[in-house]
Design a protein around this ligand. Structure first.
Ligand code: GPQ
Length: 841
């Protein structure tokens, strides 16, 4: 390609080709240039926001140079690429991450200092990119970081929502949702107005025989919406690789904008069409672990799948390879069932548009896709109504029926005696109306299915997908335990701890190979080291206390034990168990003598997390936490012994402040319900201990760090079914201590008891599905054990250090390497520039 360009032109380009800044002076030069020209500001009206914008633009330029080179390198290498399809990418802020990954944070810090700004204040000006709900979206973001850091040729594909997850405010204890318009200034995206794809909806299917006697199937007369690409550079840590996250934005197609209407004076109608098209990518659905089945959501899914696939195919076609090579060049990972229509769309393209025979096409499809399941909760498993798909995607429905037909024929041949089998595994559920079970379609259309932690991967094989294990054999199902990126969740969020660790290990190499942390075990008895370790935790708690004061007006003592539960609010995650435990503690304190009170370790119970706007129970939990806080925090008998805080608007950037400041964090889901959890890993990596059930990745964390370093409690997942059964048949006594908590709520101690009756009656009258009463006693006892253990600070710090030392397994680098090995069959690309030393600070 390059040799086709004449020498003189090449020389001219080379001479002026951008190289990117490498020093403090160059950084300042670039930043000031952007502030003065791009932003048209000056020394005299440059506020922190402008300083952020200038800095971000300077770093963006820097990333773009490596981004261009990476894309060129990957094209020339002509190897397999991995495509991660996710409706959510919970990225958080980009600037700090870019500085650290490029290795120029120190230069930027000094440079900004000389220009009159504190780097921390500048970083805080950035609006979080909050295109996700919780764990699933944040996992996708960690994966992008690891894919780039490990030099994999990988693209993320998602939607460019105009509104991310809503901002949460608390008014009188209630959650209020505020729209999150985040695009007023976003230097991290590049609109690619020349990269567009037309996506069709509605219409009808025309089957006919053409003049040459060929069978033609054509989907026609639909409504067209155009997808426009917006690219976000994803820098790797300590490498020259900068990968791409491509987000699609919807707009009315140029052909579609109705000039006839427009000219005939129907201006408003023409504009309305345009707005309808733009609505597709307007807003992220705010539900976590909950399927709502809304038509616009299905439109989003198809719009994004179709645009991404056509883009991938366009790239593949440039290689001029035959179609059978497609799975050797392309691996597509489905992040949950949200992108399952991509399976159907690829089959449609191959059969209808490329004229490939059905079976040959289907082989290409199944070799290409892998499917990750993230939940066993029935309310979260996607089912789309057949009439809805028929209306929106008529050809796709036919293809789904054909896939199902061939699949069921195969099953019938294999299991002629099992008469119920066909109904159980059919993609179509014979409900009213009929629905398409997206998880089944995803399994049938993929070559591998994985769960996200060992227990979860076992559970999907023995419960929701057990028939498919019979049909395909166990090898189609595998486990890849989740991981987190230590760059953001240790180095960026907890720079002092990262620095202390580096000083002991001799380098920052552990950020690329997290297993190196195990050398920290040599220092568990080092007095000075332990002192510094404890001081850093304390400083992080002071920082969090400041945030709590400014966000809630509540003043907390950083010397108290910080007990944290931050995650989406959900009954299965059992924030209600936590707050009932807090009330129990409050009652205990009220009953204590002055002597007893002196012996108790002061505690701050910290909650945070969003409730889906339509999830009444979750909102009630938030309300109760705030009302309990109002009472406890103002009770003179209690003083510093107990404070209860709800931090509003929990998001990625708040997590970066909260997680490094925790002493104990709570991961207390009903056993068998939390697929993995990933914040559990983040807390332990930051030297916090955990209280948890034997659920999700808690089990593997315990195995790695040792049982003596985890506060485990509660029933096991294998007992859940029996326990629920006991509730149902009345063979169950409510714990008397829990009853006292309910009595207190009913007395009106925390305000109008009616406000919380649904929470209480879920347990007393409606079968206690999440087994709060079964685990309450064991939970409270374990909390008492935590109080005791915390009194021995020396022992506590030892546990903290030992735990961090043993967390190497939970890096998302390990996790991505497992996907590459067992699902994608892909190797990293060699990157020469890696040899170039980057300072990494
Ligand atoms: N998860 Cl299905 C979500 O955050 N949202 C969802 O809609 C579904 C799953 C989570 C899951 O609850 C956690 O246990 C996992 O750690 C996380 O996905 C990533 O796998």
């Amino acid at each position: 390609v390059e040799s086709s360009i004449p020498e003189p032109q090449r020389e001219a380009w080379k001479k002026y080709s951008a190289t990117g800044f490498k020093s403090k002076d160059d950084f300042q030069k670039e930043t000031v240039r952007h502030i003065e020209t791009t932003l048209a500001r000056s020394l005299f009206n440059c506020d922190e926001k402008a300083a952020y914008s200038g800095t971000a633009l300077a770093f963006r330029d820097r990333l773009i140079i490596d981004w261009n080179k990476t894309q060129q390198r990957q094209t020339f290498a002509d190897q397999k690429r991995i495509y991660y399809l996710s409706l959510e990418f919970l990225m958080g802020r980009a600037l700090d991450n870019a500085m650290l990954n490029v290795g120029l944070k120190t230069a930027a810090k000094e440079g900004l200092g000389e220009l009159g700004f504190r780097i921390e204040d500048v970083i805080q000006q950035e609006h979080d990119a909050a295109l996700g709900n919780g764990g699933l979206g944040r996992l996708a973001a960690c994966f992008l970081d690891s894919l780039a850091s490990l030099n994999y040729a990988a693209w993320g594909y998602g939607l460019r929502y105009r509104y991310g997850i809503f901002k949460q405010e608390i008014e009188n204890g209630y959650q209020v949702e505020i729209p999150d318009y985040w695009l007023d200034f976003n230097p991290w995206e590049f609109p690619r107005n020349d990269v567009t794809i037309d996506v069709q909806f509605y219409g009808w299917v025309n089957k006919y025989t053409d003049d040459e006697g060929k069978q033609i199937t054509s989907w026609q007369d639909g409504e067209i919406v155009t997808a426009v690409a917006y690219d976000v550079p994803i820098p790797g840590y300590g490498t020259a690789t900068v990968n791409n996250l491509r987000l699609w934005s919807s707009k009315a197609s140029a052909g579609e904008f109705d000039f006839a209407k427009f000219n005939s004076g129907e201006y408003e109608n023409a504009v309305a069409d345009e707005q309808r098209a733009e609505t597709i990518s307007a807003v992220l659905y705010p539900n976590d672990n909950m399927d709502r089945g809304k038509e616009l959501r299905l439109k989003q899914q198809y719009f994004w799948c179709a645009a991404s696939l056509h883009d991938i195919i366009r790239r593949f076609k440039k290689s001029k390879r035959p179609w059978k090579d497609f799975p050797e060049q392309v691996a597509i990972q489905l992040n949950d069932t949200h992108p399952t229509l991509a399976i159907v769309e690829l089959q449609r393209i191959l059969v209808d548009l490329e004229g490939i025979e059905w079976n040959a096409a289907w082989e290409i499809v199944t070799k290409t896709f892998g499917y990750t399941n993230h939940t066993v909760l029935p309310e979260a498993l996607e089912k789309w109504s057949v009439p809805l798909i028929q209306h929106l995607l008529p050809r796709h429905l036919q293809i789904i029926y054909d896939i199902n037909l061939y699949f069921l024929q195969q099953v019938e041949r294999r299991f002629p005696k099992d008469r119920d089998m066909l109904g159980r595994v059919s993609i179509i559920e014979e409900s009213q109306p009929k629905t398409v079970r997206m998880a089944y379609l995803a399994i049938i259309g993929s070559h591998k299915v994985n769960g996200v932690a060992e227990l979860h991967s076992d559970l999907i094989k023995t419960t929701i997908f057990k028939d498919f294990v019979k049909i395909y054999g166990p090898d189609k199902f595998t486990n890849v335990t989740n991981g987190i990126t230590p760059r953001r969740w240790l180095h960026q969020a907890n720079p002092r701890l990262s620095e202390l660790i580096a000083s002991k290990l001799g380098s920052y190499e552990f950020l690329k190979d997290l297993t190196l942390l195990n050398k920290l075990e040599n220092f568990v008895d080092d007095k000075d080291f332990k002192k510094e370790w404890a001081e850093i935790k304390y400083a992080n708690k002071v920082r969090l206390a400041q945030h709590i004061l400014s966000a809630t007006g509540i003043s907390v003592n950083p010397k108290a034990l910080f007990d944290v539960q931050v995650k989406r609010i959900h009954e299965y995650k059992r924030q209600q168990l936590n707050i009932f435990g807090v009330i129990h503690r409050y009652l205990a304190i009220k009953n204590m003598s002055a002597e007893e009170r002196k012996k108790l370790a002061p505690r701050v119970s910290i909650f945070g997390g969003k409730a889906a706007p339509g999830y009444w129970m979750a909102k009630t939990i938030i309300h109760l936490v705030n009302k309990v806080g109002d009472v406890v925090n103002n009770d003179k008998d209690v003083g510093d012994l107990l404070k209860v805080v709800f931090i509003p608007d929990y998001n990625v950037s708040k997590a970066e402040i909260i997680i490094p400041a925790s002493d104990i964090s709570e991961h207390i889901s009903t056993a068998g319900t939390e697929a993995s959890g990933t914040s559990n890993m983040k807390f332990v990596l930051n030297g916090g201990l955990v209280i948890g059930t034997l659920d999700g990745a808690n089990i593997e964390i315990t195995r790695e760090i040792g049982e003596q370093n985890v506060f485990l409690f509660g029933n096991l997942s294998e007992d859940v079914e029996d326990l629920r059964h006991n509730h149902f048949y009345g063979n169950h006594q409510i714990d008397p201590e829990l009853n006292k908590v309910f009595d207190e709520i009913k007395k009106g101690t925390f305000g109008d008891e009616g406000a919380f009756s649904s929470l209480v009656s879920a347990i007393l009258d409606h079968g206690d599905y999440y087994l709060v009463s079964d685990d309450f006693n064991s939970y409270c006892k374990t909390q008492d054990l935590i109080d005791e253990t915390y009194k021995n600070q020396d022992e506590w710090v030892s546990k903290s250090i030992t735990s961090v030392a043993r967390m190497g397994f939970f890096t998302s680098d390990r996790c991505i390497n497992e996907y590459a090995d067992s699902i994608w069959n892909i190797e990293p690309l060699q990157v020469k520039e890696e040899a170039e030393v980057r300072s990494r600070t």
